[in-house]
Write a protein that binds this ligand. Structure first.
Ligand SMILES: CC(C)(COP(=O)(O)OP(=O)(O)OC[C@H]1O[C@@H](n2cnc3c(N)ncnc32)[C@H](O)[C@@H]1O)[C@@H](O)C(=O)NCCC(=O)NCCS
Ligand SMILES: Nc1ncnc2c1ncn2[C@@H]1O[C@H](COP(=O)(O)OP(=O)(O)OP(=O)(O)O)[C@@H](O)[C@H]1O
Length: 199
């Protein structure tokens, strides 16, 4: 039996930071952001869909997507964000299920799906248990502005494009409070895995 954990949170709450910690426990992670990058490579069907919808202005000279430009379009326009989601998400879902099932077939005792939009996209049926990486909104805002070099207004728009992390925490089987140090978050993860008998 494989335990499939869904790891989520909100933008810049610390999912990637926590997801790296699973390495220490030899637990493989499938990262939805990475999968979402693969499925929009120029040879893939979603790429054609995006160019048809958003035009060639969202391409760089080498014909790959200009992610920065596309991000500034979709995070300031809900309708365009939903359009992009409708092109990319079915491909991401398919690829994640295939990767998950391959790891299950290999007999892994535990695997993690790191999915930012786990709750928004109703993907909880793909996992057995959920962990939400929580931070207070002012910490989230500060970390997002610092990491991505965004202005406050733009950062707030990105935060608003997802369910509030406080609401996600209410839906979780376990919460990692990432307001403190990375070490403190690591210790919380260790305890959850012990409680779930996979450490
Ligand atoms: C808009 C894009 C081009 C921006 O690319 P960029 O490299 O700047 O950011 P990256 O992909 O690393 O995403 C950073 C974070 O933004 C948030 N985010 C990304 N897409 C979305 C979205 N459609 N809705 C809400 N939040 C999102 C997530 O928290 C994610 O972790 C890219 O995020 C994208 O293609 N998004 C659509 C696919 C998607 O929903 N990905 C999220 C997981 S499936
Ligand atoms: N406990 C912490 N203390 C200080 N900085 C932190 C902590 N956890 C994460 N960070 C920093 O906050 C930023 C956001 O973290 P991270 O990239 O892990 O978030 P994320 O949830 O994966 O974001 P996204 O949804 O955008 O992919 C990063 O710059 C990271 O180094």
């Amino acid at each position: 039996m494989t335990l499939v954990i869904g790891l989520t949170g909100s933008i810049a709450s610390g999912k990637s930071t926590v997801s790296l910690m699973f390495d220490d426990f030899k637990i493989p992670v499938i990262d939805a952001d990475k999968v979402a990058r693969d499925v929009v490579e120029p040879s893939k069907p979603a790429y054609k869909g995006i160019v048809a919808e958003f035009g060639e202005a969202i391409l760089r000279e080498d014909q790959t997507l200009d992610r920065k430009r596309l991000g500034s379009i979709i995070f300031s326009d809900d309708e365009k964000r939903l359009t992009l989601n409708s092109i990319v998400h079915p491909e991401v879902r398919k690829k994640m299920i295939a990767e998950r099932d391959a790891l299950i077939a290999e007999g892994e005792r535990c695997i993690v799906l790191d999915i930012p939009l786990l709750f928004e996209s109703n993907l909880t049926a793909l996992v057995d248990k959920t962990i939400v990486v929580y931070v207070d909104e002012h910490v989230q805002l500060q970390r997002l502005m610092e990491r991505d070099g965004l202005e406050e207004q733009e950062s707030k728009q990105r935060i608003a494009s997802q369910f509030p992390v406080k609401e996600k925490a209410k839906l979780a089987n376990a919460i990692i409070n990432n307001n403190g140090s990375k070490q403190e978050s690591y210790e919380q993860l260790e305890k959850i895995l012990t409680d779930w008998q996979i450490n």
